[in-house]
Design a protein around this ligand. Structure first.
Ligand SMILES: [Mg+2]
Length: 178
């Protein structure tokens, strides 16, 4: 996993944006999970935990991690991340449809573009960093979200299945030319 993050850093990725439902976790909550965060934590994919930890460990290299989701249950997602990655979870920016941030004019409303832009603005405010679209990689099980990200010069990976995380290295290498 560290090798994978090395690769991301080497191709200039500075923001790893992860979808939550059916990507970080192995089911879709529909944004309406009624059970505990502890129960939902059991559905977190271990490979994604490894990936998140590996990215967080590279903070000094200027690579950031965020969760972009249409779920309004961002407090629940925070608890799940706290359970699974513990140290460093506060460094993960979470943007969901929780009405805590306003729609950003001039940014497409499709896919996760609004969420990603909101994260980029947060990071600029907090760390003074400017992250360009080509420095963002979106990892999402929804090919439409990924396609939209690609059309706005971001990198994207369709997360289709558990083992695909091992294939990401090759998939991402395919975007080098962009
Ligand atoms: Mg999803």
């Amino acid at each position: 996993m560290a090798r994978y993050v090395d690769h991301l850093v080497s191709i200039g990725v500075r923001l790893v944006a992860l979808d939550f439902d059916a990507t970080i976790i192995d089911l879709h909550t529909g944004g309406a999970w009624m059970e505990s965060a502890k129960d939902l934590s059991k559905h977190v994919r271990s490979s994604l935990v490894e990936l998140m930890k590996a990215v967080l460990e590279r903070k000094a290299d200027g690579i950031y991690l965020c969760v972009v989701t249409h779920s309004p249950q961002t407090d629940l997602i925070r608890q799940v991340l706290r359970n699974k990655i513990a140290r460093g979870h506060n460094d993960v920016v979470i943007k969901g449809d929780d009405k805590t941030w306003d729609r950003i004019s001039g940014i497409p409303t499709g896919g996760k573009q609004q969420h990603i832009e909101a994260v980029v603005r947060d990071l600029k405010k907090k760390y003074g960093v400017s992250i360009a679209p080509y420095e963002v990689v979106l990892i999402d099980d929804d090919y439409i979200n990924v396609t939209i990200a690609l059309s706005y010069d971001m990198k994207g990976i369709i997360y289709e299945k558990e083992e695909s995380i091992e294939e990401i290295f090759n998939l991402t290498r395919g975007t080098d030319a962009t």
